[in-house]
Design a protein around this ligand. Structure first.
Ligand code: ZN
Length: 429
């Protein structure tokens, strides 16, 4: 059963009407430099933003012990965020519809050298159709869209006729523990929607992601006796070479994976950070490399981790230097399994109708090679999880930006989705 056309038109007009406010909210969110572990202030702001709107509020800490007991948790390290998770809860008068989780994350990745940005990264400048700022497209604009879609309903005197949990999480960029914490807190609904910047498409399949650090130890000598030392940086390069071979093999396996076989390079290994050595004239005795690799859905994180450690160990045995000084591998972040959104769910059909009403186009699907919190809801809540949002560019790069026109379209789609999925009732008096 689809939405009443008159209500549909009123919702679309209401998103238009509230769009300036929605942009202002997005800009307010971008102004917080909420890199990892620095999200306390922005979470306070989200808490106040939701409370002002009358939602019942819940705010809770990361429970390290509970997280560590869960196979989907990422490793706790010194860098792990201690910022709370914030949930705003809408409860209808009559629970007649299907409940929903609307989720967004407020943690953002580092800016890199700020002189490479046209505008300072946390100044939300608008130029033409683009709203600039680190963490805007990914995904404060999406979080603001979730909140504004609900505002749009209320503006015309209706509210969802089912429970909605508006979740604002952290740690999406490093462990996925924020979304997992919300799951462990007990939140569950009939569907979840996460408004990541997916260029107005729905994510069909998503890889799992692992983070690991490899530490290579050497033996320091003066460079004049270089032959007698063991250069840890050179050795690290050899380990990287072996990891690249593993990456090639995993990519060759794409033919066995339905949603990945047409992708050019579905499995990406990123050597994200390297440090080592102490001095130009000493043979370096240590080197650490930080890596991120993806795995196909259906492979557990544990299994993938074993493959990586076994591979590095086997390579070390074949290398004269590394055989005596085997590298140490630590999994220090994501240990996340991928997921597939099974086609044919009612939630997908409702979003498809909402998307077409908002954009005039059919809803396309695709596979994404990035980590998504959606895996928590898909794998552990086992609910249809829709990862769907607007157009963004330069995500994780310089001059990250979100398209305003696209944001408006997906906000309309989200509002229409909520109205049909949850049903509506007059607002609480
Ligand atoms: Zn994101």
């Amino acid at each position: 059963m689809s939405l009443d056309p008159a209500l549909r038109d009123r919702i679309i007009a209401s998103v238009d009407q509230g769009f300036d406010q929605q942009i202002a909210l997005s800009q307010d969110l971008i102004r917080f430099p909420s890199t990892r572990a620095q999200e306390h202030a922005v979470q306070d702001f989200v808490f106040q933003t939701l409370r002002k709107r009358g939602y019942a509020m819940d705010r809770f800490e990361m429970d390290q012990k509970a997280l560590e007991r869960h196979p989907g948790s990422g490793a706790f390290s010194e860098e792990h965020s201690r910022a709370p998770i914030v949930v705003g809860i809408h409860r209808p008068r009559n629970e007649t519809g299907r409940s929903l989780i609307l989720q967004g994350h407020v943690d953002v990745v580092p800016t890199g050298p700020t002189e490479m940005w046209t505008h300072p990264p946390f100044e939300p400048v608008i130029e033409g159709d683009w709203l600039y700022g680190r963490g805007g497209a990914d995904m404060k604009v999406g979080l603001a869209a979730n909140i504004s879609a609900l505002d749009a309903l209320r503006r015309i005197g209706v509210q969802p006729a089912a429970t909605i949990y508006v979740q604002s999480v952290v740690e999406e960029e490093s462990t996925g523990n924020g979304a997992l914490m919300a799951h462990l807190r007990g939140y569950k609904a009939d569907a979840a929607l996460i408004s990541e910047p997916e260029a107005e498409r729905l994510v069909r399949a998503n890889v799992g992601v692992l983070w690991f650090q490899i530490e290579v130890r050497g033996f320091p000598v003066h460079v004049r006796q270089m032959g007698t030392g063991a250069n840890a940086i050179d050795a690290a390069y050899r380990v990287i070479g072996e990891l690249r071979r593993l990456e090639d093999e995993w990519n060759a396996e794409k033919v066995k994976h339905e949603h990945f076989k047409d992708e050019n390079h579905p499995i990406n290994l990123n050597i994200g950070k390297i440090e080592g050595g102490d001095w130009a004239s000493s043979v370096p005795c240590w080197c650490k490399i930080d890596c991120r690799v993806s795995v196909y859905p259906g492979t557990s994180a544990e299994e993938a981790m074993r493959k990586i450690t076994d591979r590095i160990a086997a390579f070390a045995r074949s290398d004269t230097f590394l055989a005596n000084m085997p590298p140490m591998t630590t999994f220090n972040g994501f240990q996340a399994e991928g997921y597939v959104l099974q086609p044919g769910s009612e939630a997908e059909a409702v979003l498809g109708r909402a998307h077409t009403a908002a954009t005039g186009k059919p809803l396309g699907t695709f596979m994404t090679a990035a980590y998504l919190d959606a895996r928590v809801y898909a794998l552990y809540d086992k609910i249809p999880t829709l990862c769907y949002g607007g157009l963004g560019e330069n995500i994780h790069g310089f001059d990250e930006r979100a398209s305003l026109a696209s944001t408006k379209r997906i906000t309309k789609a989200i509002a229409l989705f909520i109205a049909e999925w949850c049903g509506t009732e007059p607002v609480n008096p």
